[in-house]
Ligand binder design. Structure first.
Ligand code: B12
Length: 463
């Protein structure tokens, strides 16, 4: 029987976060696309449409699925309460990274009927068709991020090729441009995700799955999809592959880039991938296809810290990568985290100095986080004792319950000096005019990086 389903993305509800919020919820659009033939699925994106007004006027849905994120948990929970109040007969389900990893909290709050873990396409389809069978006694906990609902290469290829004309891209592009000052590679940019699963196992990551293989879209299918994007959304200037391992399959990357060159697709590409995925022959073809920047997680410029954090790369790999990119003439975006839980002061110093060297080439950008944000599902969340929590208030919507919820904020460093440095950086964020002004409005992490690295190095001198 056809069911009416509403999928709701995470509700930022803060002008300050719009800079981060650069993309429509591609995961939910993917599920909609997957279920289209069998069910009527609508998407509510609270960041472009007033969710309260929508819920009050949308009528009954058989199932409402929420996709909460940690940063917006208070708003997401408020909407869940309100949906429950308006439609007590509707089944409320949760999915996505936060729900899959923080399931215990949601179950304890007793606000949802089911939590659907992992990739949502097949799992939600089974759920809607009652192809699940739970006969367990009360009190039994059941956690199964089953790999049987993972998509295969062909399925991933099909489901990613959405009707792109349906996405509210123009609205996101407008906001994006105002935060990035029309930076060419962020203007009219579509974020895509062409692989799933990351097996690396970094201790700070909440989505890594060391037990599963990466599945990627097939090269021919990817080129057909790019052609489709350029027809459906002809203003597109850049396609940003946001994967952890977008170029991890060398053969596939060379194959699709070669085919895209032949097809004459006129768009720029940016991709995030590991620093060890590239070589000069591959880069040559990628650049000819239209790659204009590569983005990699460096995390720390220190072998001992990289080892501790289980990042499968060393300083020598980082140096090789930077040289390779310089020779190829392609700029990079790199991400690092300064005051990591297991960092010593020398690790922070080397990392900050490294960032400033990278920034000497003005085309490069660096995202510097002062600390590791705490997400459930990561190794640190399960194993680190120094976690700082914050409290947020779930707002009441037309009489629904308002309550305080405890959110994991960040992992604190063990080393006394690194901890002290972090406290001083916190202080500078509150007192230094540059940081105050920037953080007043929507901004990108990369816009603070140079100043933050210089500040850290200055403060380290005084420790
Ligand atoms: C691409 C990406 C972005 C892009 C685009 C985000 C977007 N709006 O789509 C950009 C760069 C903009 C971005 C920004 C941020 N991101 Co981000 N991002 C990702 C990344 C790498 C991939 C997400 C993605 O597109 N996956 C592909 C799609 C198809 O999958 P999906 O969205 O997960 O959806 C699938 C399943 O999760 C599931 N599902 C999802 N929702 C639901 C709901 C239901 C009902 C069901 C049944 C299933 C289901 O089914 C979907 C289809 O299979 C993930 C990490 C990862 N590897 O997943 C982090 C991730 C989602 N981001 C994260 C964070 C923290 C952020 C930022 C806050 C970072 C920051 N600056 O501080 C911002 C804020 C974004 C926001 N306000 O929501 C965290 C969220 C953690 C959490 N527990 O809340 C993640 C998990 C990374 C991490 N481990 O820390 N991000």
């Amino acid at each position: 029987m056809r069911k009416r389903v509403l999928l709701v993305s995470s509700w930022t509800n803060s002008i300050k976060v719009l800079g981060y919020y650069l993309s429509p919820p591609m995961g939910l659009y993917r599920i909609q696309h997957w279920l289209e033939k069998k069910h009527d699925v609508d998407i509510l994106d609270p960041n472009v449409e007033d969710p309260i007004h929508f819920l009050e006027n949308c009528g009954f849905y058989d199932v409402i699925g929420f996709s909460p994120t940690k940063d917006n948990l208070h708003n997401d929970i408020a909407l869940i309460h309100y949906a429950r109040k308006l439609y007590p007969q509707t089944q409320i389900v949760l999915g996505g990274s936060e729900a899959s990893n923080n399931y215990q909290m949601f179950l304890n709050m007793d606000i949802v009927d089911f939590i659907i873990m992992g990739e949502g396409e097949k799992a939600l389809e089974f759920f809607l068709e009652n192809k699940f069978n739970i006969h367990i006694s009360p009190g039994i906990m059941f956690k199964n991020k089953s790999t049987s609902t993972f998509l295969s290469t062909d399925e991933l290829t099909w489901v990613t090729s959405l009707d792109f004309g349906r996405l509210p891209l123009k609205e996101y592009w407008k906001r994006n441009a105002s935060v990035t000052n029309n930076d060419p590679l962020s203007t009219n940019c579509i974020n895509l995700y062409i692989t799933n699963n990351c097996p690396i196992g970094c201790k700070f990551c909440s989505t890594t799955r060391p037990d599963v293989k990466v599945v990627g879209i097939n090269p021919h299918g990817l080129v057909r999809m790019l052609e489709k994007i350029m027809i459906q959304v002809p203003d597109t200037k850049t396609i940003y592959f946001h994967d952890d391992n977008a170029c991890g399959d060398r053969k596939n990357t060379i194959e699709w880039c070669t085919e895209a060159i032949r097809a004459g697709i006129n768009v720029s590409y940016v991709a995030s991938s590991r620093i060890r995925h590239f070589d000069s022959e591959m880069l040559d073809i990628m650049i000819k296809a239209g790659f204009r920047k590569l983005s990699c997680g460096i995390e720390a410029y220190s072998d001992s810290l990289l080892k501790k954090v289980r990042k499968a790369q060393r300083v020598k790999d980082i140096d090789n990568f930077i040289l390779l990119m310089r020779d190829a003439g392609i700029p990079v975006h790199i991400n690092v985290i300064l005051c990591q839980p297991e960092a010593e002061i020398d690790d922070v110093k080397r990392t900050a100095e490294f960032c400033l060297r990278i920034l000497e080439d003005k085309r490069n950008t660096v995202g510097v986080e002062p600390y590791i944000k705490a997400y459930t599902g990561s190794w640190y969340y399960d194993n680190w004792d120094l976690i700082e929590y914050t409290y947020n208030t779930v707002p009441s919507i037309n009489g629904t319950k308002s309550e305080k919820i405890r959110i994991p904020g960040r992992f604190l460093p063990r080393d006394k000096k690194v901890h002290h440095l972090l406290v001083q950086i916190d202080e500078a964020y509150k007192t230094d005019g540059f940081f105050i002004d920037k953080r007043k409005e929507s901004y990108l992490t990369a816009q603070l990086s140079e100043k933050l690295c210089k500040l850290a190095l200055e403060l380290i001198k005084g420790l």
